[in-house]
Ligand binder design. Sequence first.
Ligand code: ADP
Length: 295
Amino acid sequence: MELIIDSLSKTYSNGVQALRDVSLTIPQGMFGLLGPNGAGKSTLMRTVATLQDADSGSITMDGIDVLQDRQAVRECLGYLPQDFGLYPRINAETMLNHIAQMKGIGNKKERKEVVSSLLHRVNLYKDRKKALGTYSGGMRQRFGIAQALVGNPSLIIVDEPTAGLDPSERNRFYNLLSEIGENTIVILSTHIVEDVNTLCSNMAIICMGEVLMQGTPKDGLARVDGKIYQKAIDKSELDQYREDFHVISTKLIEGKLSLRIESDTAPGNGFEPTPAELEDVYFSFISKKVDPITI
Ligand code: ADP
């Protein structure tokens, strides 16, 4: 099973070109779509989820023409959108039951089994009678996954799912997602590099509507390996360093600024070589399009 996106472009009526000739091949497993805010991730996800049109290009999945045969895609699609609204007064069990009914599970007994098994799977069984409005951010996202899983979809899209989760909720959510990725295509759209690092066997980096890199995280690391150097500097020196070097990221550590730069040759000046991380890959690529320090 494979999702093939070919030369997809989209310009909104206000003139913003959200997708520019996007081509991606997405195999089974977890696929990370990484890019800063405004990169075009949601536009791409909504188009794959058949919720909006592209201007040109095609999307196919196992012989299904996604842009034409919307119904066929919807039957095998699970979607957790970024702005996932909940009915606050309804409890999780009742809501999932409704969704299962809408997705065509007509038999009451079968529906009950499906709902109960999903609630167990996302670890919300004991909270199934609580109103959704009382759920924490992490519980809400786990419920979002449960509703996306109704009907055993073969394509699952999760858009920015870990934003706003605390570290333990995020871990629980990671565990859940990694279990799902085995027999399906899961596209995880995110601006959080750690999400992709932890979960994804394949990835792409997109920025300003363009695909800048696609492959495995290892492929990405190979592109910058041996070129990353770091040094702690004083905050006041940053502007000068940005003029003299290709600064890809900065982090404040104990009041000092830890600078990471990319350079083909040893830069001297007190910089130490350091093993490349996925975050360096991300910043290296997007710095070719936008200033990574200001995003
Ligand atoms: P991301 O999900 O990566 O943050 P989006 O796909 O939401 O990116 O947005 C890509 C670009 O398209 C942004 O510049 C955004 O402002 C613009 N955009 C998104 N949706 C619309 C819309 N409905 N109308 C006009 N512009 C939009």
